[in-house]
Design a protein around this ligand. Sequence first.
Ligand code: PMP
Ligand code: GLN
Length: 380
Amino acid sequence: IVTKLPKVGTTIFTVMSALASEKGAVNLGQGFPDFHCDPALVDAVTRAMQDGLNQYPPMAGVLPLREAIADKVERLYGHRYDPVSEITVTAGATQGILTSVLCAVHPGDEVIVIEPVYDCYVPAIELAGGIPVFVQMEVGAAGYSIPWDKVRAAVTPKTRMIMVNTPHNPTGSVMRAADVAALADIVRGTDILILSDEVYEHMVFDGQPHESLARHPELAERSFINSSFGKTYHVTGWKVGYVAAPAALTAEFRKVHQFNVFTVNTPVQYGLAEYMKNPAPYLDLPAFYQKKRDLFRAGLANTRFELLPSQGTYFQCVKYDAISDQSEADFCKWLTSEIGVAAIPVSAFYNTPKESGIVRFCFAKKDETLQLALDRLAKL
Ligand code: PMP
Ligand code: GLN
């Protein structure tokens, strides 16, 4: 068979989790919590199952969940999406992203992606027959930033979409108001669409706001905004998320969605709708993860790692050039096998080979897991 995705192998997350488990390492690689979700959420889903809510839901998702999402987005970002025509429940953000790209990108269209880039973006573009156009973030003492002049220079008459991600995996950087203004400036007067990956929307630290594109009418009107309950409610294995987009874009999205997955499992949707009535879990999330970030950073301050800022997400990037001159992938393998802590090489988020001497740790872990990792890393 002639492969459609010649550059794709097993994802780095799978590779590093397998190595971590083989070596008995503390797994700070793949991003997922090692603690339980709120039992009230499990109860809500269990109740839905016991109540017999186990058959196909509507194609776009059950209405109570779409209403709960619309209410949340309006409360936080001041923009009301119509739950009937503008919100679709997805099988996680991965499916939301693939479907957004498949419905909007035509063969030969260019899509601007900003590296380091989350692993599912480029295969989605390639499956649609689109052409990824890469712009690399810049990294300095203040951390990673998007060079908007380079994004502007990458725009051509063939540009169909720009993909952004805030808070950003893997760098932990966050788009600020000035970034959003720069993006708006670039697309104004064009018909360029935006895919905004906001799966870490409830993990922005230091009292700063999440600059959802939903806050910005000019951008919201051309954006597919993707989010994921997996991140927000500590249930990455449930694979449920949503896409909010204006009605005309949502109509195109659903044409693909209905033949891609058709719909998403019913009891989890009802359970989430019930659980979302209480805003506390997502409102408390920034403080919850900021404490973990601070604990982890305080421990790493005693090592020779150089800490980059972590403004959002549950990731902490570090430079390791004072410790080793190995490639990022080799360093991660060594760290996992010899020190007993798994990390992810940031080079895995680049399409053209790029070594920055930077690796990513995930701090979505119990405090004792973080402490165990820090005890092992203290040797460095
Ligand atoms: N986008 C980013 C930036 C992510 O980090 C992830 C999860 N690792 C996803 C999308 C996919 O989310 P989901 O698990 O809901 O498919
Ligand atoms: N998004 C997670 C991460 O960045 C991994 C999800 C996956 O394994 N595909 O670590």
